[in-house]
Unconditional design. Structure first.
Lengths: 488, 111
């Protein structure tokens, strides 16, 4: 298993660079990488014991691979595969596939590494690859969005580095375990880096602009998997160290509430999805023990939603309400939305239930309310009129659009939705009547609130907090906040 | 004392990122900040001694800790490549925004 692990870890980088040497095989190589990760993740899942590796001597790279990682790796594999298939006919250059391969490889690396420096390297490679993907269209806007992303993540990582060396100073090791014996400022600095990178709570407010202004396949990749690279170490630390656990849970709840609070009022499809990502990441870390499964279902559903949002005729909900959307597209949107809202029959239901079961008493009420908020957010997608029901006069126009949707989209969505429904087998025992009823009531309340009140109400929230200077400034505030939380 | 200087450098860089209006200045401020971080690593490495950890015929000298140095070398390379990438981005932006005022660019490019 050790050799397989190392080979699998190196493969994306090896093939990624080979893509540049043999540009004709770009898509096949990239897809091969994703498949390899998928096979590896499944094998990892079947093996119950965890694997600890210490490469290159005492101060070298340490890896921990267990079932938690396997969920994240599987998500990465499925999302990457879906995105490559989506791009199959779009004529992207070899450069694009190379960056996808690099991104895939470095995201995988974050899911298995167990020391702060390997994590740092992986996260920085992610920043660079993501920047290159965001700026792929080479427009001024994409360059600015990418630059902003790189700037924020790099500043956050500088703080993180200071934290990492403080951990080393206290323990003479960079391992995650060292967090326990380190001074509070070390924990605060490291957390600041991870929170900003993972897009959690107010440090995650860079995320809406980045995810909404990228091309839809890139935003699917970013929202589906890349942000989880920042979240995973938090989950891991919370599981290793009990002292950290309440802090991580607190940020989970805060992030869930903040994200939903913004998402409900948003009138733009992609921004809604991006804010909902902030909120869903909160759900993942609110119950670290079962975060893996939640991340899997969220990653699949969110990528499907972003890919679909990319082919909708408009990004504005009101225009979409008037125009209506293609019935098949509507079906995809609805299944993915229902999954995130936690509707039975889709695996999001199981994820919601096991997460709720693992919450602490003080979290439960807030998270239940947030779940209703999630249902409201996704009601916006579910209640978009589909043409099958309304039979619009503009059918000719729609026909044109239908031919524009490439078959790659359908294949990609099939993988993602198939994964969402297939994942049901993992925790089928939660399908009990009280659970189903509870979820149905939550969704029903959410939809009722949406239909009766929010559908007509338009409120524009100010975007001040998303300005570049404020995003950087907020980091210092977060630093103080985390510091005091650790002290207490 | 040295530690205070190092943190002052980090702080200066951080404030520069916020307070400077020009994008290039922001990037330079980021570099100042990362210089501070690198210096801190070196400072920690020199806790146990100042000698370069190379095998020599001298006996019992206080060697510096090689691990933080090795680690920060990686970080320097990464930081440098990120900076290069950002400057390329800024060059591209400079065509349509010659003044490179961050707030103006932000206004133009936020929907």
């Amino acid at each position: 298993m050790t050799n397989i692990t190392i080979a699998w870890l190196v493969l994306p980088f090896l093939l990624g660079f080979s893509i540049y040497l043999i540009p004709k095989l770009d898509r096949i190589f990239a897809l091969g990488i994703a498949l390899a990760s998928g096979v590896y993740a499944i094998q990892l899942f079947l093996e119950s014991s965890s694997l600890n590796l210490q490469l290159l001597d005492n101060f070298g790279v340490s890896l921990t691979i267990d079932r938690l990682s396997s969920f994240f790796i599987l998500t990465n594999a499925l999302v990457t595969a879906a995105i490559i298939i989506y791009c199959w006919q779009t004529g992207k250059k070899a450069f694009f596939y190379m960056q996808i391969a690099m991104l895939h490889g470095s995201v995988n690396a974050t899911f298995i590494c167990a020391d702060f420096i390997s994590l740092y390297v992986a996260l920085e490679v992610i920043s660079i690859a993501a920047f290159l993907l965001i700026t792929y269209p080479r427009t001024d806007r994409s360059i600015w969005v990418g630059l902003r992303y790189l700037f924020i993540s790099n500043v956050a990582m500088l703080f993180y580095l200071v934290g990492a060396v403080l951990v080393y100073k206290a323990n003479n090791s960079f391992g995650y375990q060292g967090l326990l014996g380190s001074p509070p400022e070390a924990i605060a600095l490291i957390f600041l880096g991870l929170l900003a990178k993972g897009g959690i709570f107010v440090s995650g407010l860079w995320l809406p602009l980045t995810h909404s202004e990228s091309q839809s396949q890139v935003s699917a990749m970013l929202s589906g998997i890349v942000v989880k690279a920042g979240v995973f170490p938090l989950v891991r630390c919370a599981l290793i160290l009990e002292e950290i656990d309440p802090i991580v849970r607190f940020f989970g709840v805060a992030s869930a509430v903040l994200g939903v609070g913004y998402a409900i009022w948003e009138q733009d499809t992609k921004r809604t999805l991006a804010f909902s990502t902030i909120s869903q990441l909160g759900f993942i870390i609110a119950a670290p023990a079962v975060g893996g499964f939640y991340a899997l279902t969220h990653g699949l559903a969110k990528s499907a939603l972003f890919l679909t949002a990319g082919i909708l005729p408009s990004r504005n909900f009101q225009e979409l309400q008037k125009q209506g959307i293609d019935a098949k597209v509507w079906l995809v949107l609805t299944i993915a939305s229902l999954s995130i809202s936690g509707f039975p029959l889709v695996s999001g239901f199981e994820a919601k239930i096991i997460t709720t079961k693992n919450l602490l008493p003080w979290q439960t009420l807030v998270m239940d309310i947030t779940a209703i908020g999630t249902a409201i957010t996704y009601a916006k997608f579910v209640f978009l009129p589909s043409n099958l029901l309304t039979k619009n006069a503009k059918e000719v126009v729609k026909k044109d659009e239908k031919t524009k949707i490439q078959s790659g989209f359908w294949w990609a969505v099939t993988i993602l939705i198939g994964g969402l429904i297939g994942a049901n087998v993992l925790y089928y025992e939660v399908y009990t009547i009280p659970n189903i009823v509870k979820q149905l009531i939550t969704i029903f309340i959410g939809w009722t609130i949406y239909l009766l009140i929010l559908r007509k109400l338009i409120l524009k929230l100010p975007r001040v907090a998303e300005k570049f200077d404020h995003l950087i400034g907020v980091m210092s505030l977060m630093l103080i906040l985390v510091f005091w939380m650790v002290r207490i | 004392m040295l530690e205070a200087c190092v943190f002052a450098t980090v702080l200066c860089g951080f404030l520069g990122i916020i307070l400077k209006h020009n994008l290039v200045m922001k990037i330079i401020s980021m570099d100042v900040m990362s210089t501070g971080v690198i210096a801190y690593y070196i400072l920690i490495a020199s806790r146990s001694g100042l000698f370069t950890p190379i095998v020599d015929n001298k006996e019992n000298v206080a060697y510096a800790d090689p691990v933080p140095q090795a680690v920060i070398l990686t970080a320097i390379v990464i930081g440098f490549s990120i900076q290069a990438l950002m400057l390329v981005g800024v060059m591209k932006l400079a065509k349509n925004n010659p003044t490179l005022e961050a707030s103006a660019i932000e206004e133009n490019n936020t929907p």
